[in-house]
Write a protein that binds this ligand. Sequence first.
Ligand SMILES: [Zn+2]
Length: 370
Amino acid sequence: MTGERRARAKQYERIHNWLYLGDIVLTLGILVVLLWTGASATIAQWARTVVPNPWLHVPLYVTVLVLGLKLMFLPLSYVVDYRLEHRFGLSTETLTGWLKDQAKSLALNLGLGVVVVDVVYFLLRQFGEWWWVAAGMFLLVFGVALSAVYPVWILPRFFKLTPVEDESLRAKLTALAQRVDVRLLGIYRMQLSDKTRKANAAFAGLGRTRRILLGDTLLDRFTPDEIEVVLAHEIAHYKHRDVARLLAWNALTVFGGLWVTEQTLTRALAWFGFTERADIGALPLLALCLVVFGLVVMPLNNAFSRWREWEADRAALAMTGNADAMVRALEKLAEQNLADPEPHPWIEFLLHDHPSLGRRIAFAKRWAGA
Ligand SMILES: [Zn+2]
């Protein structure tokens, strides 16, 4: 990376972090205002008048809330996802394309949000102070189901996915999978290029839906050796069962978060004039507890994720024995994605779910030397 490009990457990272902080402050602020001014209680009362049945007034309340929040956050999303990406030459998306994606994700979030909140509020009505145990179990099952359908139902609505067809590359990748004794269920080319110049690869799915996704932005610009080492990293996630590990870890934090929420609810409901924990008007209070808890455990979650990434890098080096290709692939990733190779250690510790590219490159070089 040239000095100039590096400075630009630092600037991009800095702006991103400030906007992220803005997002958190806005989220907390809106939730507090909804509770403090009684706006949430008023919407809940209105929803109950329209349809007294809780199975119906809960979705009505959620719809009003989700649409309102979407409108309030739209300017910030526009700056973060559209303006900033274009300003730094990373986006290839048109404004119409971006708006379409916003509409699609709104529909998706609304659908999922209604189902989750409706079930959680049923559990709140049914189990009283033990609702959080039932809700934790429900969210665990829901998370597993969502992970399984994600690469087949959700992702294709945003990106075109096609099996990797290049014969020589397929042969190379299949040979790698056979060498490490992994039966791959699918290697897909994900068409990122209509939206971004950034390169990306991922492992997604559970059971029969598990597959490896390689961005066309990566497939078209990386050499076969570099693609092989990226694939080896994703295969390592698969071999290490990292999706299942992540779900198990999330289950722990979800139960923790719900327990803390219950402890807070019993004290804080009365502050905002609520008498029942199952009052849908108190949803912003539940959300506030979960958001704050999420922020507190975020460094832990990120540390967990970075640990899995180190393990995947280590395994990829052992599988391919090609540290040179790993170094080149990571350098290309920094260059193409405008990723700051050396973020401030505190920023990395608090916010990053991947180790910095600088440290990963240094690790690969050390591995080659050893
Ligand atoms: Zn990874």
